[in-house]
Design a binder for this molecule. Sequence first.
Ligand code: SF4
Length: 253
Amino acid sequence: MALKAPEYLSPSSITTFEQCPLKFKYTRIDGIREPPTDATLLGNFVHDILEKMYLADPGSRSTNLAREVARDLWDNQYRDQVSKVVAEKKLNDFRWRAWFCVENLFQLESPETRNFDGVEFELNTSLDGILVRGFVDRYHLDDGKIVIGDYKTGKVPNAFFVKDKFFQLMTYAALFRASGVGETKRLELIFLKGPQVFTREVTDWELEETVQRIKNVSEGIKIRCESESFETNKTRLCDWCYFKSKCPAWSKK
Ligand code: SF4
């Protein structure tokens, strides 16, 4: 009996499949949840602070407000979660690293002057018959066209690797078009650690290339579900893979 392919894809599941089909199977078909890490918790904490700050009245968006929001999220949600992953004596360091990202945003822009048309905006649309979902950190309209912004809390990448980092946002642009919300003119990757912002204009050609890439992945998943065979792909990225200890590619014979 063939395996059942997931009902929908997301930019991260697409890149997981491209990185390693077996890892995709573990997470999206077998439903094994990867436990949170220091990096994922830091990203979630910072994203939540910025989301709440940008949902507040523009005139109130100060570092004081951000600090209050951060304290509230920490006390009511993140302290417990982070304590399970980060040693007690490193908790303050974790909070400082998160705060450093938030403060850096204030270096990049004045939050009280920004107006967004969507914050943590959900997209859930079919691209050529493939259901794709994603959450846009923020977007606004500029001359009637969409500008998509996405926060990153990882380290600023080498320029050589930046192009592929735009895949997620290019997918959102394709979803905005397919769902009829509008055309996207620019993508912004906001690396808060730098801080540094990478921007990219959106062309029809790149949107078509993105949709084709998604179709290839969807087809690849279908073939492997039918054969019930998802191969491993042993690379340097395996060192960060949660499944390494059970992975056949790394089992000692
Ligand atoms: S350890 Fe490497 S080969 Fe194995 S599942 Fe993870 S990414 Fe794939």
